[in-house]
Design a protein around this ligand. Structure first.
Ligand SMILES: CCCCCCCCCCCCCCCC(=O)SCCNC(=O)CCNC(=O)[C@H](O)C(C)(C)COP(=O)(O)OP(=O)(O)OC[C@H]1O[C@@H](n2cnc3c(N)ncnc32)[C@H](O)[C@@H]1OP(=O)(O)O
Length: 173
């Protein structure tokens, strides 16, 4: 049976939040854990839109915090599936922080999340293929295999000798 295909853009999610006092530390900057919570939700909704299934977070790649986000800032999260494998989907997320009174805006975070679509019993279930269309979507799609091998290697789920895509990056002619 041929697998259903869906354009990656159909999974696009945009979420806007205001940084409130409960979200901040004693320096009045947004707490990292609160940011990761928002990122998890936005990325999960993108994976749900692609799969039309319940999804669980399987892994989160490196998340770095470049600059503090002040109380009262507006945070905008943009998430989209980059590639689907069998039951898993990689989601790319960009986060922007904006201080509206001063008119300043900067990109505060970027990350890749992996979600797995599951059935009612929590067992992994196949998802549609994700089809990239724009040059940026193609670039994220191509890199997804390499990133998948790296995260599965680090999770002890892939043997180094099977990480062919990764090895090809370091192959010496
Ligand atoms: C009806 C109402 C709907 C609800 C409407 C409301 C929704 C409103 C939206 C809000 C949404 C919030 C969403 C929060 C989402 C959580 O926070 S969920 C809580 C945190 N996460 C968990 O509890 C997950 C716990 N882990 C597990 O359940 C299992 O390990 C997993 C992830 C299902 C994998 O199960 P497994 O038995 O190891 O399966 P296995 O066949 O070996 O692997 C399956 C796939 O997982 C991949 N995988 C496994 N481990 C990893 C890893 N470490 N890294 C990357 N990929 C991995 C495999 O590569 C494989 O991929 P494919 O080759 O199939 O593409």
């Amino acid at each position: 049976m041929t697998r259903k295909q869906k354009p990656v853009k159909d999974s696009f999610v945009i979420m806007t939040e205001l940084v409130l006092p409960n979200d901040t530390n004693t320096l009045n900057n947004m707490m990292g854990g609160r940011m990761m919570h928002l990122m998890d939700i936005a990325a999960a909704v993108a994976a749900q839109k692609h799969s039309n299934r319940i999804v669980v977070t399987a892994s989160v790649d490196n998340v770095s915090f470049r600059e503090g986000i002040k109380l009262g800032s507006v945070v905008t999260l943009q998430a989209q599936v980059t590639r689907a494998f069998s039951s898993s989907m990689e989601v790319h997320i960009d986060v922007w922080a904006e201080d509206i009174p001063s008119g300043t805006k900067f990109k505060s975070n970027e990350a890749f999340f992996t979600f797995v679509a599951v059935d009612q019993s929590g067992r992994p279930i196949d998802v549609p293929e994700a089809v990239p269309e724009t040059p940026e979507e193609h670039s994220l799609f191509e890199g997804a295999l390499r990133r998948r091998q790296l995260r599965l290697l680090l999770a002890g789920r892939l043997k180094p000798e099977d990480a062919t895509e990764l090895k090809s990056m370091f192959a010496i002619e």
